[in-house]
Each structure stands twice: as C-alpha cells, then as structure tokens.
Design a protein around this ligand. Structure first.
Ligand SMILES: [Fe+2]
Length: 191
C-alpha cells in the first residue's frame, strides 16, 4: 500500500545489526535507554556496524549517510502524539523520515499517524507535542521485526497493546534530512 506514511522493507537482512545492538550497544546504555528515549550522533570511527549499514544504503540505493540514531523504549503505555525535530546550528528543524528497526517487542504494537494544524502543536524539549483532542486519525500499521521507513513530520505515536511487552526500536536519521517521498522512491527502485 503506497500511502506515503510508511514503507515496509521486509527483504532486508536484519540479523547482524540486531545482534550487534542487542548484545554490544544495549547493555552499555541500558540505564539511559530505559528513560524512553536515548539519542546518539553516528561516529564513523566508532560505530562500525552502523557505518556498514550507512555504506550499504548509499551504495545500493543512493541514500545519504546516516548521521544519528535513537533508541525508543516503550512499556505499558503509549508515546505522546508528536512530530520529530532536531537542532542544527542553533535552529530547530522538523525531521522528515526515519528508518526504524524494532529490536524487541514488536508484537501488539501499532504506529499511528494523524492530521493536525500547526496551531495545535506545543513545542517542548526539541519535540513538537500535539493535543490529542485536536488531531484526526489518518492511518496505522502493526510494527514488524523488519525494517520500516516511517514519516515523522506529521503527528504520530506508538501504542503498545500488550502490557507485558517491552518495545525497543532503533531509529536511523539521514544527512540533509531527505523527504519521505525521496527515500521511498530510492527504496522502491531497489533491485
Ligand atoms: Fe517520532
């Protein structure tokens, strides 16, 4: 389904990268990650597995390099509805799209998308939070174990319907903040 909100990339091999993050990265940053959100700037000299992924995406699809990644931890509740953003050179920008990989706990989780006017948006700590009373449901998808390209420049959240489930997702961000449509076109041209 081509809805320009999410794109499942089920034909990527995720095993090496999942193993790396679950066994080498999560144990080192577990305390931080359990605070719900934890973000890293990609360091090409240290993150060799991330660099491999970045090079693969550039070579195969022509996608710009990975510049950062974040972990999101979700248990027993849902994320607030929000729009992603980032700071650069002292200015705030809305982020367009992320490449997501659920490391654990995808079962029973849905990502939802909403419409909203900017007058309903409340900025706080670099994220634009939206008034849930003033957004209109657009679409949703059940998260899988595979890669998903997701639009993050409109209101969205994740709900976890299984209270025993801990969802951990890693979210990769690309240099120069390419649009969802541009990334979708590049991924759809895959051979
Ligand atoms: Fe988000």
């Amino acid at each position: 389904m081509n809805n320009h909100l999410f794109l499942d990339l089920e034909d990527f091999d995720t095993s090496n990268l999942k193993h790396y993050f679950l066994n080498s990265v999560l144990p080192r940053f577990w305390d931080k990650i359990q605070l719900n959100f934890c973000s890293f700037v990609h360091d090409t000299t240290k993150d060799s597995e991330v660099e491999k992924l970045s090079n693969f995406l550039q070579t195969k699809y022509g996608i710009s390099p990975i510049v950062a990644y974040s972990f999101f931890y979700l248990k027993d509740h849902k994320h607030p509805i929000h729009i992603d953003g980032y700071m650069k050179d002292g200015s705030y920008f809305i982020r367009n799209a992320n490449l997501n990989l659920v490391l654990s706990g995808h079962e029973g989780c849905k990502m939802r998308f909403f419409n909203s006017g900017t007058e309903n948006i409340l900025p706080k700590n670099g994220v634009l939070f939206c008034d849930p009373e003033k957004v209109t449901f657009l679409n949703e998808f059940e998260t899988t174990e595979q890669w998903t390209l997701v639009r993050v420049n409109i209101p969205h959240d994740v709900i976890n319907e299984n209270e025993n489930n801990v969802r951990i997702v890693i979210s990769f961000k690309f240099k120069d903040n390419p649009s969802f449509e541009h990334l979708e076109t590049l991924f759809n041209g895959r051979s």
